[in-house]
Design a protein around this ligand. Structure first.
Ligand code: E4P
Length: 217
């Protein structure tokens, strides 16, 4: 499963990229606003940190303007992935862009039928929002299971990008279901490394090692 960072914070992206485990980045208008940076400038900077896809979202609601915005965004770098909302105009834009070889991430997916439409529109990625789904009394992971089943039934190439990930259990469940990608805030990705028994084990090994009086280097 690929790991994308869901953030526009440069320091966090650099820190995660340095682990060698980061496969891409997703942003959205709220994350750009939170960063306080210029959209074009920060997106270009992110594209220079990772070779993987960097999702940059259009803000227009009509197909024609979405295409104009996508034209500007895709000039930022070769690894920009245009993010469009799951609407009729968004999927028209998806179809036009992917037919032309541009990567597209269809965002704000909350049903398996929506995911089916996105796949038919040739989406590179579909982003079902599991956290927001859970918040509203639905089961986010059941949605991922349904999409996996449908995509496998018809051998769609669209990658399932689990979004709105809130905790490490979402990551584990996504991997068990066989999602292709998950995007999570840096603090969730960093939490994946932690286990109390790992810390305790290191502490015990170091204590015993120090008692030997030896050194490796
Ligand atoms: C995905 O691409 C979105 O940016 C993101 O996962 C939204 O997450 P949120 O529900 O925590 O805002």
């Amino acid at each position: 499963m690929k790991f994308f960072a869901d953030t526009a914070e440069i320091d966090d992206i650099k820190e995660l990229a340095a682990t060698g485990l980061l496969d891409g980045v997703t942003t959205n208008p709220s994350l750009i606003a939170k960063s306080g940076r210029d959209f074009m400038e920060v997106t270009k900077e992110i594209c220079g940190i990772t070779d993987g896809p960097v999702s940059a979202e259009v803000v227009a609601l009509d197909h024609e303007t979405m295409m104009k915005e996508a034209e500007v965004l895709r000039k930022i770098a070769d690894n920009v992935c245009i993010k469009v909302p799951l609407t009729i105009d968004g999927l028209k834009t998806c179809k036009a862009l992917t037919s032309d070889g541009t990567m597209v991430n269809v965002t704000l997916c909350f049903s398996a039928n929506q995911a089916l439409l996105a796949a038919k529109a040739g989406a590179t990625f579909i982003s079902p929002f599991v956290g927001r789904h859970d918040d509203n009394g639905f089961d986010g992971m059941e949605l991922i299971e349904d999409i996996r089943l449908i995509y496998d039934n018809y051998e769609f190439g669209t990658e399932i990008l689990v979004a709105s990930v809130r905790h490490v259990t979402h990551v584990l469940q996504s991997a068990k279901i066989g999602a292709d990608v998950m995007t999570a805030p840096p603090k969730v990705i960093k939490a994946l490394f932690n286990h109390v028994l790992t810390d305790k084990g290191i502490e015990g090994f170091l204590k015993d090692w120090q008692a030997t009086g030896q050194s490796i280097v």
